[in-house]
Design a protein around this ligand. Structure first.
Ligand code: PLP
Length: 392
């Protein structure tokens, strides 16, 4: 019997990552869906413009294949891939919001998302209010008659906190506001936000979905109607995903479950070690029992992800010495790949924010963000131990 998308509902995510979207038989019998590098395809006379296969319209065969895989991962009716994670968030917001609209924003966001809204809102005629995703009792006061959207992250970048996400989705629904979530840090292996009522979910697919630090891509998933609106906007902005990048992304997705489970385990072991180290002042990892969001996250996620952040007792200087002494993790921004990476967000992912905004979010200059790869956890622990010894 052939695999078909009607089976998606009863297959588990590990299986979906491999099989969803695959054509059987594939073109020319190929088991691996090939790259259709061509930009133009013959169509029947009268084919509506939006259905003509063309890469910028996100309707070409390689893109349709990838979209089928992506939507299955989040249990969505539809998906659209974008040229980067930033293209996913900017296109989703620009597609959904109009001049005069107001947004509620979780107060800890990826630096690029934060900068986009705070730097462009005035020009676009949007207003916004930052709210604390941990404190549902404060949200109603921030609502305005013009509020159209509530945007949060499933696990925040870089503080690795988990807001009251069920409550965000319920509050948005009750208030007739669109709920949208950046699920990059959790990945669909650990958490599927549409299942708790979010309207739209987006990813920097550059991270866990691709998983090999060799593709920049993004995606947005949701209902057929919402994604059609995002896809139409994307066709105008011209930020569709290139077929070659899409091929690499689909290949990466097939091993995502294995990778993310290894990263969940490695990050937990590393966080547990760091929590007990005398040079470490703070470890933020929701898998740790002492993390303030542990109990809530436990009820929501099937794993706590590969991201953690730490502060050292010796502050920035000790952090810099540790980064210089680590052998295995590269000192680099980005995350979610098979290799461990370390960075100080104040100098990279969140450097576009003003020092005051960073301070307000609680992002200290000494904060170190760790993206745990799939190395042996004991090797990572040994490396951090020697680096901390040198650094203190
Ligand atoms: N969202 C989060 C949580 C991120 O960490 C990033 C990048 O680091 C982005 C979005 C933007 O993704 P990209 O770099 O693929 O544009």
């Amino acid at each position: 019997m052939e695999y078909n998308s009607n089976m998606n509902d009863r297959l588990r995510i590990e299986t979906l990552a491999v099989h969803a979207g695959e054509r059987r038989p594939g073109p020319e019998g190929s088991v691996v869906f090939p790259i259709f590098q061509g930009t133009v395809f013959e169509v029947a006379p009268g084919t509506p413009y939006g259905e003509i296969p063309y890469n910028r319209l996100s309707t070409a065969p390689s893109q349709r294949y990838l979209h089928d895989k992506l939507r299955a991962l989040e249990g969505a009716e539809a998906a659209v891939a974008t040229a980067s994670g930033m293209a996913a968030v900017t296109t989703a917001l620009l597609a959904m919001l109009k001049k005069g609209d107001h947004l509620l924003l979780g107060d800890c966001l990826y630096g690029g998302t934060h900068s986009f809204v705070t730097k462009f809102a005035d020009d676009l005629g949007w207003t916004y209010t930052f709210v604390d995703p941990q404190r549902p009792e404060t949200w109603a006061a921030a609502l305005m008659p013009t509020t159209r959207m509530f945007l949060v992250e499933s696990i925040t970048n870089p503080l690795v906190r988990v807001g009251k996400l069920r409550e965000v989705a319920a509050f948005a629904k009750k208030s007739n506001v669109l709920s949208i979530i950046d699920n990059t840090f959790a990945s669909p292996i650990n958490f599927r936000p549409l299942s708790i009522g979010f309207d739209l979910v987006f990813h920097s697919a550059t991270k866990y979905l691709n998983g090999h630090s060799d593709v920049v891509a993004g995606c947005v998933m949701g209902s057929e109607a919402l994604i059609a609106t995002v896809r139409r906007a994307l066709a105008h902005y011209g930020a569709a995903l290139d077929p070659h990048a899409g091929f690499l992304l689909a290949r990466g997705i097939k091993t995502m479950a294995l990778r993310v489970k290894a990263q969940n385990q490695g990050a937990l072991e590393l966080a547990t070690f760091l929590e007990g180290h005398p040079a470490v002042a703070m470890v933020s990892y929701p898998g740790l029992r002492r993390h303030p969001d542990h109990d809530y996250a436990k009820g929501l996620f099937s794993g706590f992800g590969g991201m953690l952040s730490i502060e050292l007792k010796g502050g920035i200087d000790a952090a810099e010495r540790m980064l210089a002494s680590l052998v295995l993790p590269a000192v680099a921004p980005s995350l979610g790949g098979v290799e461990s990476l370390v960075t100080r967000p104040s100098t990279t992912s969140h450097s576009g924010m003003s020092p005051e905004d960073r301070a307000r979010q609680g992002i200290s200059d000494g904060l170190v963000r760790i993206s745990c790869g799939i190395e042996n956890a004991q090797d990572l622990i040994d490396d951090f131990r020697q680096a901390l010894e040198k650094g203190t």
